[in-house]
Write a protein that binds this ligand. Structure first.
Ligand code: NAD
Length: 286
C-alpha cells in the first residue's frame, strides 16, 4: 500500500518510524525543512503535496483543522491530486464540525475521509501504544485497519465521521482542566508551607487524584523538566475546540469555558513552543 504522510512533528516522526519499521513505503511532506533532518531510516521526501498523487492513503498529523483545510483544498490542493477511492486519515486533533465538512467535500471528489485522532503522546507514538478514536470507520477497508494497528494498541470505533475528533477535544479539555486545577491546588498548598512532593503524594492516595497528579506531576513538574512533548498552544486549541462544540450543541460549558480562558491567557504570555505543563509555572507566578 502506498502511504503518504503529512506533518513530521513531535508525533508524526515516531509514527512514520513505526510504519517504516512495519515495512510500509512512506512518502512524507512537511513545510519545515528541519523535519527531514536526523532520520536513521528516512521516508521518501516529497517536495510538494502533488507528489502524493499515487498514494492510496494519506495520513495527516497536522496542528489543527484550518491547516488541514489549507493542505487539502487551498495552498496544498492535495484533494485535487489524490486518486478516486483513496483515503485521507486525519490523525491530528482537528475540529469535529470541520471534519464533517471536509468529509463531505472530499466525498464529492470520490475520496474517503476518516478522523482517527490519538492519545498517548510521543511515548505512545514511539511504542505503537496510542489510543485511536475513529470516526467514520465504516469507510475503512481491511488493510487500512491494519495500519492503525501498527500505530495504536487500543482502537475505538466511536461513531460517524467527526466523532473521533469530538471525543479527542473533550478528552483534552478534561485533561487541561484537571492540570490547571492541580496547579492551583498545589500552589496553594506550597504557599501554605506544605512541600509540593508531599502534597502530590497525598492527592495520589486520595479522591482528588487524576492523570495530571499521577503522571504529569511526577514525570514533568516535580523534576522541573516540563518536557511532556505536547505544546501549550496545541492544548489551548483543543480546549477551545471542546468549548465551541459544547456551545454549538447549546450547552453553556461553564467549567470548560473557565479553563479555556485560563489556557488562552497562559498561551498569550508564554513562548509559542512552551510545553503544556508550563501552565503550572504560569499559575505559580500569578
Ligand atoms: P508539531 O507542531 O510538533 O508538528 C506539526 C508538524 O506539522 C510540524 O512538523 C509542522 O512543520 C507541520 N506543518 C504545519 N503546517 C503544515 C503544512 N501546511 N503542511 C505540511 N506540514 C505542516 O505537533 P505534534 O505535537 O506532532 O501534534 C500534531 C497533531 O497531533 C496536533 O493536532 C496535536 O494536537 C495532536 N496530538 C499531539 C500529541 C502530543 O503529545 N504532541 C498527542 C496527541 C495528539
Amino acid at each position: 500500500m502506498k502511504i503518504g504522510f503529512v506533518g513530521l512533528g513531535l508525533m508524526g516522526r515516531p509514527m512514520v518510524n513505526r510504519l517504516i519499521s512495519a515495512g510500509h513505503a512512506i512518502t512524507a511532506y512537511d513545510v519545515s525543512p528541519a523535519a527531514f533532518d536526523g532520520w536513521t531510516a528516512p521516508p521518501r521526501k516529497a517536495t510538494s503535496l502533488r507528489e502524493m498523487s499515487s498514494c492510496e492513503i494519506v495520513i495527516l498529523m497536522l496542528p489543527n483543522g484550518s491547516i488541514v483545510d489549507d493542505v487539502l483544498f487551498y495552498s496544498g490542493k492535495l484533494a485535487s491530486a489524490l486518486p478516486e477511492g483513496s483515503l485521507v486519515l486525519d490523525m491530528g486533533s482537528s475540529d469535529p464540525e470541520g471534519s464533517r465538512a471536509r468529509a463531505s467535500e472530499l466525498a464529492g471528489c470520490g475520496i474517503r475521509f476518516v478522523d482517527a485522532p490519538v492519545s498517548g503522546g510521543v511515548n505512545g507514538a514511539t511504542e505503537g501504544t496510542l489510543t485511536i478514536m475513529v470516526g467514520g470507520s465504516d469507510a475503512l477497508h481491511d488493510g487500512e485497519r491494519g495500519i492503525l494497528e501498527v500505530l495504536g494498541k487500543t482502537i475505538f470505533e466511536v461513531g460517524p465521521v467527526g466523532s473521533g475528533h469530538a471525543v479527542k477535544a473533550l478528552n483534552n479539555a478534561l485533561s487541561a482542566s484537571s492540570l490547571l486545577a492541580m496547579a492551583e491546588a498545589t500552589e496553594s498548598a506550597t504557599r501554605f508551607g506544605i512541600e509540593p512532593a508531599v502534597f502530590v503524594d497525598i492527592i495520589n492516595k486520595s479522591s482528588g487524584r487524576s492523570f495530571s497528579s499521577e503522571w504529569k506531576y511526577p514525570q514533568f513538574v516535580l523534576p522541573g523538566t516540563f518536557n511532556s512533548g505536547f505544546s501549550l498552544s496545541l492544548m489551548t486549541k483543543d480546549v477551545a475546540t471542546a468549548v465551541n462544540l459544547c456551545e454549538q450543541l447549546g450547552l453553556p460549558a461553564l467549567a470548560l469555558r473557565t479553563a479555556g480562558e485560563a489556557w488562552k491567557k497562559a498561551s498569550g504570555s508564554l513562548e509559542s513552543s512552551a510545553d503544556h505543563t508550563e501552565i503550572v509555572r504560569w499559575v505559580a507566578r500569578r
